[in-house]
Write a protein that binds this ligand. Structure first.
Ligand code: S3P
Length: 449
């Protein structure tokens, strides 16, 4: 079922239940993109389970199919990929449409940098405004060429080359998408390419390559930076990949359980990658009741089950160094801060301006609209929380094609005296298709128990 384009969010209490993949917790979006891409490159068949069913991942799958990769859908969350044992992609007939998916756009640039094809990619109005120079610069150093708009945005033509030269590159912007694009180009470049990452960003590509026994090496430098060496032209064997639950999606459920009275929600099989689970330790610092259980490992990724219940929230101060580990979580963290007693400050949010919308501005505007006094100072967001009482509500929020803004303000409406109307919610489909179903389940269980 498609998410309706307008949602009304009502005050709730007693959110109770167990959320896992069977109920619609999505597979991790970042891991899903990478599982499809590395499965396409592997030698042999990859069985993927737990794949994210949102539109963003679907655009990666469609792009790979247009490039000649054989992918069989066995169920909404499982795929069998016949790997190409390398990069022998075919020229697609039509330009590739990538919807709203920034990860697909950046990773495809890296994947196709070493293919001597001319591939045009384009996206929706939001994706067409997102910066691409950050991937074009290092990939041009390898020897790939691009044609883009004067603003270096989509539509973009990738003119790959089979004669790339390895690079030695210090990543100037903390971005896992950029790092992953470089790794994908390096994998099909003869020799050793080196990346220096000053601030660690999510490392799913690296972990998956280690799981697949691909030669990738890490050195922690005296400066505290991470050096990543990638050997090119190494054929690797396929292995089955199980995708854990998405912690960025689970964060909405966790904050809902915190702010709604008499609630306890268990979330199972969640990625507990330390570069993704930071949101839960911040929520704990804010006073959240979160139990963490069954920490385990699968396919080189840590996984855990958590239980979150109604909590009394303190404000928090978040430093710039924390931004990469919380990059997608600021919208929902802002809602937790709105219901904390006191002032929260999130520092160093420049990158939020380049997401599916200008999130810094969207949070500032919509929190103020909801009666939460919020300021932007330099690149910091300052939120004066009102404590555990509900907001007045009765407002209309425009999600502006940004799934995380839509979901965050839906959660805010769960503690509003008068419903919040959220417009433009079909974008939730890009990452979390069963978002509404999950909240129906959690409140339904209350009605029947
Ligand atoms: C992602 C990395 C992050 C994140 C995005 C997914 C990825 O972007 O915001 O939703 O899968 O690599 P940046 O690495 O560009 O910050």
């Amino acid at each position: 079922m498609k998410t309706p384009n307008t949602l009304t969010s009502f005050r709730q209490s007693h959110l109770n239940g167990v959320i896992n993949a069977e109920i619609g917790l999505p597979g991790d979006k970042s891991v899903s993109h990478r599982a499809l891409i590395l499965g396409a490159l592997a030698h042999g068949n990859t069985q993927i389970t737990g794949l994210n069913t949102g539109e963003d991942v679907e655009y990666t799958e469609l792009a790979l199919k247009s490039l000649g990769v054989d992918i069989i859908q066995q169920s909404p969350t499982s795929r069998l990929i016949h790997g190409k044992s390398g990069w022998n992609f075919k020229q697609p007939i039509n330009p590739l449409y990538l919807g709203n998916s920034g990860t697909t756009a950046r990773l495809l640039c890296g994947l196709l940098a070493s293919s001597p094809l001319n591939i045009q990619v384009y996206g929706d109005s939001s994706l067409s405004q997102r910066p691409m120079r950050r991937v074009m610069t290092p990939l041009t150093e390898f020897g790939c060429q691009f044609e883009a708009t004067p603003e270096n945005t989509l539509p973009l033509t990738i003119k790959g080359s089979s004669k790339l030269e390895p690079i030695d590159y210090v990543i100037p912007v903390a971005s896992s998408q950029v790092k992953s694009a470089i790794i994908l180009a390096a994998m099909n470049t003869k020799g050793i390419s080196r990346i220096i990452e000053p601030i660690k960003t999510r490392d799913h590509t690296e972990r998956m390559l280690q799981y697949l026994d691909y030669p990738i090496h890490f050195t922690l430098l005296e400066s505290g930076h991470t050096q990543i060496d990638i050997e090119g032209k190494h054929v690797f064997n396929a292995k089955d990949i199980s995708v854990p639950g998405d912690p960025s999606a689970a964060a909405y459920i966790a904050v809902a359980a915190m702010i709604c009275p008499y609630s306890t929600v268990r979330i199972e099989n969640l990625s507990w990658n330390p570069l993704r689970s930071r949101i839960f330790s911040i929520l704990q610092e804010m006073g959240a009741n979160i139990k963490i259980e069954n920490i385990r490992n699968e396919c080189f990724e840590p996984i855990a089950d958590i239980e979150v219940s109604t909590s009394y929230n303190r404000p928090c101060i978040i430093k710039s160094e924390d931004v990469p580990a919380l990059i997608d979580e600021y919208p929902i963290l802002s809602i937790a801060a709105a219901f904390a007693e006191g002032t929260s400050v999130f520092h160093g949010l420049r990158e939020l301006r380049y997401k599916e919308s200008d999130r810094l501005n969207a949070l500032y505007r919509n929190l103020n609209l909801c009666g939460i006094e919020t300021h932007i100072q330099d690149e910091s967001l300052i939120i004066n929380g009102i404590g555990p009482k509900p907001i007045f509500g009765g407002k209309t929020i425009n999600a502006g094609k940004d799934h995380r803004i839509a979901m965050a303000f839906y959660i805010m409406g769960l503690s509003a005296r008068n419903p919040l109307i959220i417009q433009g919610t079909d974008c939730i489909q890009s990452s979390f298709p069963h978002f509404i179903k999950i909240f129906d389940e959690l409140s339904y269980l209350r009605a029947v128990s």
